[in-house]
Design a protein around this ligand. Structure first.
Ligand SMILES: Nc1ncnc2c1ncn2[C@@H]1O[C@H](COP(=O)(O)OP(=O)(O)OP(=O)(O)O)[C@@H](O)[C@H]1O
Ligand SMILES: [Mg+2]
Length: 345
């Protein structure tokens, strides 16, 4: 028996762009990607409701939106077993002990009890801490772009859920998601039944651009186009024509910095939780040609681009061009797809 079909939308607007998807899901059938969009928030007219036309953002019930992964602290705490009342009293102290935020900062703490283990007398609690002012400004930004947030979910949680529910995660061992955004990245590591570990890294797509600016003496605009492989370096700087330099070679310092940061986190996690079998790359920075291969070599593990649409059907009316565009951009939509929680409908 078919269930009823529902349309749900996810909006991931952490940086200068909003990535949006609309999906149709219903019990007993594969989800369908109805549409996807990527809009620039920094350009002219970005305050006038980018998503208001076509009813994208203001659908009945509002939309699920992301909170940036870099501006947030997510910790899974292993605490002595206690009831909800005791937990409310002890949580502020535990948060202060485990989360590096200043005493004076006005912040919002959300928590979810993941499990209580009576024999061990321990419990596992997921804690999310974010600055209150930042949450308000994120909400405002969505409203200005024409999106009414119904739920705001941390980007790393949406991404991890998406990997789990599209059966991309390995059956055993640990795995992770590395989202390379613009001004920074975040890494989420997890294991079935194990703790979730999320940390931000201060290296992102802008750092790649900056290395090209300095190494090849390009303007920021030129460097951005070279980084996206939209133009060959030799075309802009003829002196580079005779040299065979791949993008990962031109970006070697930034890639090394990113690999070192990731490696530090991986080592700490694998000591307690066992080998990390796979790392899924997401975000715009993941699209740097060859980044997956080079990171894989440096980290000594499987690193692949995340495909959030692997579990989805696409409309039969779409042109080959639209399908190719989606395939090229897919890793940038990992968070947006996870926000729809298509597996719950
Ligand atoms: N095809 C591409 N090749 C290389 N880099 C790209 C490509 N497309 C986008 N980028 C880079 O990816 C970055 C933006 O990625 P993304 O959209 O994931 O970031 P964001 O979510 O807006 O930012 P943040 O996560 O920092 O808040 C920019 O630095 C952009 O230059
Ligand atoms: Mg992002």
């Amino acid at each position: 028996m078919w269930g009823t079909n529902r349309h749900v939308a996810g909006f991931d607007g952490s940086g200068d762009t909003i990535k949006a998807v609309r999906v149709r899901c219903g019990r007993g059938r594969r989800p369908l990607l109805v549409d996807f969009a990527l809009r620039d928030l920094s350009g002219p007219g970005s305050d006038s409701g980018l998503f208001r036309e076509s009813g994208w953002g203001f659908r009945r019930g509002g939309a699920s939106c992301s909170y940036p992964g870099r501006d947030i602290h997510i910790r899974q705490l292993d605490l002595p077993l206690q009831d909800d009342f005791e937990l409310m009293a002890s949580l502020p102290f535990e948060v202060r002990r485990h989360v590096p935020v200043s005493e004076s900062a006005d912040r919002v703490v959300a928590h979810q009890v993941l499990r209580r283990e009576r024999e061990r007398r321990r419990m596992s609690v997921l804690v999310v801490v974010a600055p209150s002012a930042e949450i308000e400004s994120v909400r405002d930004r969505y409203l200005r772009a024409g999106v009414q947030p119904k739920r705001i979910e941390p980007a790393p949680l949406a991404a991890v859920n998406q990997v789990i529910h599209s059966s991309l995660a390995p059956d055993d061992g640990c795995w992770g998601v590395l989202d390379v955004g613009d001004t920074g990245s975040w890494l989420a590591l997890c294991r079935k039944g194990g703790p979730l570990h999320v940390r931000s890294i201060h290296i992102g797509g802008a750092s790649f651009t900056q290395e090209l600016v300095l190494r090849c003496r390009l303007t920021r605009k030129e460097a951005d186009r070279v980084k996206r492989a939209e133009v060959a370096l030799g075309k802009i700087r003829p002196e580079w024509r005779s040299r065979t330099a791949t993008l990962p070679t031109l970006l070697k310092n930034t890639i090394q910095g990113l690999a070192s940061e990731v490696s530090l986190q991986l080592n700490g996690y694998r000591k307690k939780n066992g080998p990390v079998r796979a790392l899924f790359l997401a975000g715009g920075g993941a699209l740097v040609h060859g980044l997956d291969g080079v990171l894989g070599e440096k980290l000594g593990m499987t690193v692949r681009l995340a495909d959030p649409f692997s579990a989805f059907d696409l409309p039969s009316t779409w042109t080959a061009r639209k399908r190719d565009l989606l395939a090229d951009l897919a890793p940038r939509f990992l968070v947006a797809v996870g926000l729809t929680r298509w597996w719950e409908h």
